[in-house]
Design a protein around this ligand. Structure first.
Ligand code: ADP
Length: 161
């Protein structure tokens, strides 16, 4: 039987940190569904179609990756797809509290689903979509952190030439 996991997130936008976790995940799982959250009521820079498109493009050469939008609870989306493992990335201690709370909440909601964490290469351990958006909005060069088309999309959003 195929070992499958779900990697949920906002991916607003996808970064090399996310990609690092996806590649590490493929060492453990045959198939990973990258589930892009359609966050109703939460502001994102990129809409759901843009975020899904960028994740697809970033992962197009990887075997075993499926990219799908979802709304509602991660555990419901996992159950619907018959997946028992949620994959998340842990960067710094600062991620820990939030991730810990979320993993335990999800366990309460769906006791048969486990969350596992992987750590990225340390060179990505401090990058976040939020900081990349901030840097890009101020004209910073984010090419070390995101693929070229994501950088271009950021520059377009912030009208930087
Ligand atoms: P969310 O809004 O659900 O936190 P994100 O898109 O920010 O979604 O992140 C999805 C997952 O990827 C989270 O587990 C997050 O900790 C992880 N992640 C984000 N950036 C990195 C990174 N640079 N290195 C490792 N994991 C990361």
């Amino acid at each position: 039987m195929k070992k499958r996991a779900i990697y949920p997130g906002s991916f607003d936008p996808i970064t090399y940190g996310h990609l690092d976790i996806i590649e590490r995940g493929l060492l453990l799982f045959d198939e990973i569904i990258v589930a892009v959250a359609d966050l109703v009521g939460k502001e994102t820079l990129f809409d759901i179609e843009e975020r899904v498109r960028m994740v697809k493009r970033t992962t197009k050469n990887l075997k075993g990756i499926i990219v799908e939008p979802f709304d509602g609870l991660v555990v419901d989306f996992a159950s619907k797809n018959n997946i028992k493992i949620i994959l998340r990335g842990l960067r710094m201690i600062s991620d820990f509290e939030y991730e810990f709370q979320m993993a335990l909440t999800n366990r309460r909601l769906a006791p048969d689903i486990e969350t596992i964490f992987m750590m990225p290469n340390e060179k990505y351990s401090y990058i976040s979509s939020r900081l990349i958006k901030e840097a890009a909005s101020l004209g910073g060069d984010v090419s070390d952190f995101v693929p070229p088309y994501v950088r271009k999309a950021l520059m377009k959003k912030f009208k930087i030439t």
